[in-house]
Design a protein around this ligand. Structure first.
Ligand code: T5A
Ligand code: NA
Length: 221
């Protein structure tokens, strides 16, 4: 028996994740397959509303607290993810736990706003709350230089983490995560090209999985 594939799209801010997630959804629907698009943070839940307010700098929070809320926002949807996959639905997920680690682990080194007394968020500490969430079958990392993302993509700089120094650090942490996951589960896509070129590369990687995946849903780490 096969199940649905769990496909995650990751990348820096404004790398084109939502654009590509929507195109991928259309392609899979056009192939008459059952598919659902998810996005993290899911700003629609009560936890998601706290996250939204923080990202728009309408509220402040301790770095540990906001990190755990991002993770809780995934846990509150984790059983839905698992049952959708088991029922044969492919899931496309716009950001996941890897963003959680990359952004929180980066900010500790960058943000002057952290009070001097707060302990830094290490890579290991940031990873811990997401351990044993459903694991993606494939993560597509949309790679773009922070400079290019800022230059050619509208709206850059509106939210809290959209600053060049922060994004450069985030990119380094993503590279570390990609190495740990390994080439089978983590594919880097050059997102500095046209929407069509990026879409074509993504489809090449995803189309074999759309027929279904064998074996149980894995656990993250
Ligand atoms: N975060 C997230 C954490 O700190 N911890 C966590 O656990 C999680 C899950 C919000 C922030 O939260 C942080 C990371 C983020 O800083 P979000 O809600 O995903 O995360 O942010 P959004 O604002 O929705 O998305 P992004 O800013 O990341 O943008 P996308 O989705 O990467 O880019 P997209 O597709 O919206 O495109 C941006 C613009 O570029 C154009 C588009 O038309 C659009 O105008 N564009 C292109 N232009 C030229 N060439 C291309 N190939 C293009 N593709 C898109
Ligand atoms: Na987006």
């Amino acid at each position: 028996m096969t199940r649905g594939a769990f496909i995650v799209i990751e990348g820096l801010d404004r790398s084109g994740k939502s654009t590509q997630a929507a195109r991928l959804l259309e392609r899979i629907e056009a192939a008459s397959k059952s598919v659902q698009l998810l996005k993290f943070p899911d700003r629609s839940t009560p936890i998601g509303q706290l996250i939204d307010s923080y990202l728009r700098s309408r509220s402040d929070m301790d770095d540990h607290t906001i990190h755990l809320l991002f993770s809780a926002n995934r846990w509150e949807i984790s059983s839905k993810i698992k049952s959708l996959l088991e029922s044969g639905t492919t899931i496309i997920c716009d950001r996941y736990a890897f963003s959680g680690i990359a952004f929180s682990a980066s900010k500790a080194l960058i943000e002057e706003s952290s009070p001097p007394s707060s302990s830094p968020l290490t890579y290991e500490w940031c990873r811990a709350p997401d351990v044993s969430l459903p694991a993606p079958d494939l993560t597509l990392f949309l790679d773009i230089s922070p400079e290019q993302a800022a230059r050619q993509r509208e709206g850059y700089g509106e939210e809290r983490y959209e600053k060049l120094e922060m994004q450069a650090r985030v990119r380094e942490v993503f590279a570390r995560i990609g190495k740990e996951i390994g080439a089978e589960g983590w594919v880097t896509i050059d997102a500095g090209r046209s929407r069509e070129e990026v879409e074509k590369d993504i489809w090449e990687k995803v189309s074999p999985l759309v027929e279904g995946v064998n074996g149980p849903v894995n656990a993250l780490w």
